[in-house]
Design a protein around this ligand. Structure first.
Ligand code: SF4
Ligand code: SF4
Length: 361
């Protein structure tokens, strides 16, 4: 059964499916023709086999995918892949679970996608620090990656080591890329990562048969190509030198920039500012908390969460005096700026509408 047929059987309307394709193409900054290609390829794609291994992790990455507010189309896309092994989600346990992994590996040799969340004790570490079914994480990864087409390292732990690697790294943990050298590895970092980034990477692979363009850290450029700071709706306050100094001062109440409260937005690359969390409801900076920079290497050892970055970037304070004269209600300004930033982001990303796509197909 193709993905298109599966979606139809699940009651997903053609329009809903096309909207997903348009959103995926625009979020990945693909050209207008890509939405059509994605729709055609996904509709006729067979369910790919995916084996998901969880090593030294907290299950937050899996929860990020499963705790969405409504059964969105991207969830169903995920459900319609053949998730042949995922020891948090699968019903099977023990020998039956391991048998499922082996069968999926043999039946789809060279074609399955391997998804990994969590870091693993590296070569030379005590293998007993983390085992599944009596096998060390390292052995299971080496066994499973041998027949995989590509590897998706989901979450900062799998991508860069994350929390287990934090000083003093008691288990000698390493990220997936330290072990896998002969297969393409794509890092979908974040603690946890945005669900749509994971499904976007899978959609891209299904459509084009290859992984998307990556940045220097192996992350998909479409989602990690710009900093949080570049897309932040509080950026005009940063540029005007208006900063909250505490979490309950007037600046915080007026929605000013959180740089001095430790915001890592200027050095963090992720898509939270445009895609948001909880079904597009909000994101950390919108709820009044600085960005922690969870999608970056050395996340846990990069300095205190609430310590301001030591090197100011951009035009801090350059127009502070002018801003000080404005005397307008900053709440209203914040709302206006937020609305304008959202509109700008939408304009920048929107390349083709669902209506246009419907006419093409
Ligand atoms: S990246 Fe974050 S959410 Fe994912 S496993 Fe590591 S600590 Fe948990
Ligand atoms: S420092 Fe943080 S809050 Fe301020 S503009 Fe940059 S990302 Fe937004």
């Amino acid at each position: 059964m193709t993905l298109g047929e599966t979606l139809e059987r699940n009651g997903i309307s053609r329009r809903g499916f096309l909207k997903f394709c348009v959103t995926t193409a625009s979020l990945m900054a693909l050209p207008p023709t890509a939405a059509t290609a994605i729709a055609e390829a996904l509709a006729s794609a067979r369910r790919p086999s995916v084996i998901w291994l969880s090593f030294q992790e907290c299950t937050g990455c899996t929860e990020s995918l499963t705790r969405s507010f409504a059964p969105t189309l991207e969830n169903l896309i995920l459900e319609t892949i053949s998730l042949d092994y995922h020891h948090t989600l699968q019903a099977a346990a023990g020998e039956a679970a391991e048998l499922a992994r082996e069968q999926a590996m043999h039946a789809n040799e060279g074609k399955y996608l391997l998804v990994v969340d969590g870091s693993l004790p590296g070569p030379g570490s005590n293998p007993g620090y983390s085992t599944i079914a009596g096998i060390s994480n390292l052995q299971m990864l080496e066994e499973t990656v041998a027949g995989a087409a590509a590897v998706v390292a989901v979450g900062t732990c799998a991508a860069f080591g994350g929390l287990p690697v934090a000083d003093p790294n008691p288990t000698g943990a390493v990220p997936v890329s330290a072990v896998v050298r002969d297969k393409p590895v794509i890092n979908v970092s974040g603690c946890p990562p945005l669900p749509m980034v994971i499904t976007g990477v899978l959609a891209h692979y299904l459509t084009f048969g290859k992984l998307p363009e990556l940045d220097e850290y192996g992350r998909p450029l479409a989602f990690f190509g710009q900093s949080i700071h570049d897309r932040c709706y509080r950026r005009p306050f940063y540029d005007k030198g208006r900063f909250a100094e505490t979490f309950d001062d007037e600046g915080a109440k007026k929605g000013w920039c959180l740089y001095r409260l430790g915001c890592k937005g200027p050095m963090a690359y992720n898509a939270c500012a445009t895609m948001k969390w909880n079904g597009g409801t909000s994101w950390p900076i919108e709820s009044g908390h600085p960005c922690l920079g969870c999608s970056e290497p050395d996340f846990w050892d990069a300095g205190g969460f609430y310590k301001a970055l030591s090197v100011p970037t951009g035009n801090i304070g350059g127009t502070a005096a002018v801003a000080g004269l404005a005397g307008v209600a900053a709440g209203a300004v914040g709302g206006y700026l937020s609305g304008r930033a959202k509109k700008d982001a939408r304009t920048a990303h929107r390349q083709v509408t669902a209506d246009e796509l419907e006419q093409k197909l």
